[in-house]
Design a protein around this ligand. Structure first.
Ligand code: CMC
Length: 431
């Protein structure tokens, strides 16, 4: 438990209540209101949890004002420069960067679990061909609990570990299968001689009739996209995983819940929504029309890929992703593609427009990741599944941390009830 350094006093109806104040290792102090209801008979009101810490965590730290993102203390910029996805997975899961032997062992364990139960192939066939791959993933990942009975006991650390490795290893296979199914091509089995990102590209883009060689530039870019999305503190989908897990639900069900939450356009679905918006804008001359619409509250329209709940200066992941986008598009020779021209001009206008500056709305990670994925040849419907693959390790790390936490309780928020007070039942004939 964090150190208790101070006490805050709340005065209500003439009575005072002492609230312990905990000091984190980084970030603002945290008022401990756990006993408030029992002692003062009041709740706190915080829709959207903008001022509420739901747990203690040692995994990821974000300073939204500074635009800082740390995993176990290591900055995302340094990790993006020197590390790779599976090493970051190890860091998130176990708290330290691995030694060479530990990394070898971890990579081997993940690699040996890339195939899915053969019967799952039949399970896929129950979905309509035109299902969104996220819809298929929610179903298939949830159904893993029907296939892997030997890793469902959350009280057994070994089973928790096996479930974690299984999901990290199999999510790319499941996402690629969802994609292949949606385009009517045969499933491609994983090829364990390839690295994690390369294997995913292979399963998405190779076909039995032709040889497919993974482009190392694209596989490096994919690895970076995965790394930049690996974890992000207590965001909506991670909080969903924790809340689902707090009831003791099995890990596959919890991650399926996280995938469902991620799908929304305000969260992981933003990368698809952003690319679709760029396509709708179509040409640079139409940008002012869309910017005006984004500023008009009554339009209900937002510039997708802009803004963030926590980052109010810049999104450090976006900075790295922008570099990656420039690199990949340059190398693929598509840097004068019309969509990219629209993206670049939109970025320029939004960054110099008072509305966006005053509201601290900057391009976020999804603005650039969508552009890279489009250039790689992925349809927009695969953007959010790729986010889901990448975030799985974050969800699992947070879920494991929660299960091991002795203070963990079932999540059960309260409410500010504003409905009818007591009334008498009125018979249907008199309503
Ligand atoms: N375009 C236009 N106006 C915006 C936008 C936007 N993208 N985002 C926020 N605003 C305005 C909003 O209308 C509000 O104005 P006012 O103060 O006048 O009412 C103000 O900025 C604050 O917005 P908010 O909705 O209170 O902010 P939030 O912290 O609740 O929402 C957000 C954060 C990410 C949901 C929001 O910025 C948004 O909807 N962005 C577009 C979707 C998007 O790109 N999401 C991906 C986030 S990054 C990936 C991830 O972690 O999932």
């Amino acid at each position: 438990m964090a150190e208790t350094t101070k006490t805050a006093t709340l005065t209500l109806d003439g009575k005072s209540y002492d609230l312990p104040v905990h000091s984190p290792t980084l970030g603002p102090d945290v008022l401990d209101i756990r006993k408030l209801y029992a002692e003062a008979d009041v709740f706190t009101f915080d829709p959207g949890f903008t001022s509420t810490a739901s747990c203690e965590s040692t995994i990821t730290y974000i300073d939204g004002d500074k635009g800082e993102l740390l995993h176990r203390g290591d900055s995302i910029e340094e990790l993006a420069k020197h590390s790779h996805y599976l090493e970051v997975c190890y860091l998130l899961l176990y708290g330290e960067l691995p030694t060479a032997a530990q990394l070898d062992d971890f990579t081997g364990r993940v690699t040996r679990h890339t195939m899915v139960h053969e019967q799952m192939h039949y399970f896929f066939r129950g979905f309509r061909r035109d299902s969104h791959p996220m819809a298929t993933m929610v179903g298939v990942v949830g159904a893993m609990s029907a296939f892997y009975h030997d890793s469902l006991d959350i009280s057994d650390p070994w089973q928790r570990e096996v479930a974690a490795i299984r999901m990290i290893a199999k999510l790319p296979t499941i996402a690629a299968m969802a994609y292949k199914y949606s385009i009517g091509q045969p499933f491609v089995y994983p090829k364990n001689s390839l690295d994690y990102a390369g294997n995913f590209l292979h399963m998405c883009f190779s076909i039995p009739a032709e040889d497919y060689v993974v482009n190392p530039i694209l596989s490096k870019a994919m690895d970076r996209i995965m790394m930049l999305h690996a974890d992000h503190e207590q965001n909506a989908s991670t909080s969903t995983v924790r809340l689902a897990g707090s009831s003791g639900a099995n890990p596959f069900a919890c991650i399926a819940a996280g995938i469902a939450c991620l799908w929304g356009p305000a969260h992981g679905g933003a990368n698809q929504a952003c690319l679709e918006m760029l396509k709708e804008i179509g040409t640079v001359d139409r940008i002012p029309e869309f910017v005006a619409k984004a500023k008009d509250k009554n339009s209900g329209f937002r510039l997708m890929g802009f803004g963030h709940r926590v980052y109010k200066n810049f999104d450090p992941r976006a900075t790295v992703m922008k570099e990656s986008a420039d690199e990949v598009l340059g190398l693929l020779g598509v840097d004068n593609n019309p969509l990219l021209q629209v993206a670049k001009e939109l970025e320029r206008i939004a960054l110099s427009d008072d509305y966006f500056i005053s509201k601290k709305l900057y391009p976020n990670v999804d603005f650039y990741s969508g552009i890279i994925l489009e250039a790689m040849g992925f349809p927009t419907s695969m953007f959010t599944p790729i986010f889901a693959i990448s975030r799985t390790v974050g969800w699992i790390s947070q879920w494991k941390e929660m299960i091991a936490d002795k203070n963990q309780k079932i999540g059960r928020p309260r409410q500010l009830y504003v409905g009818e007070t007591h009334r008498s039942y009125v018979d249907v004939r008199h309503r």
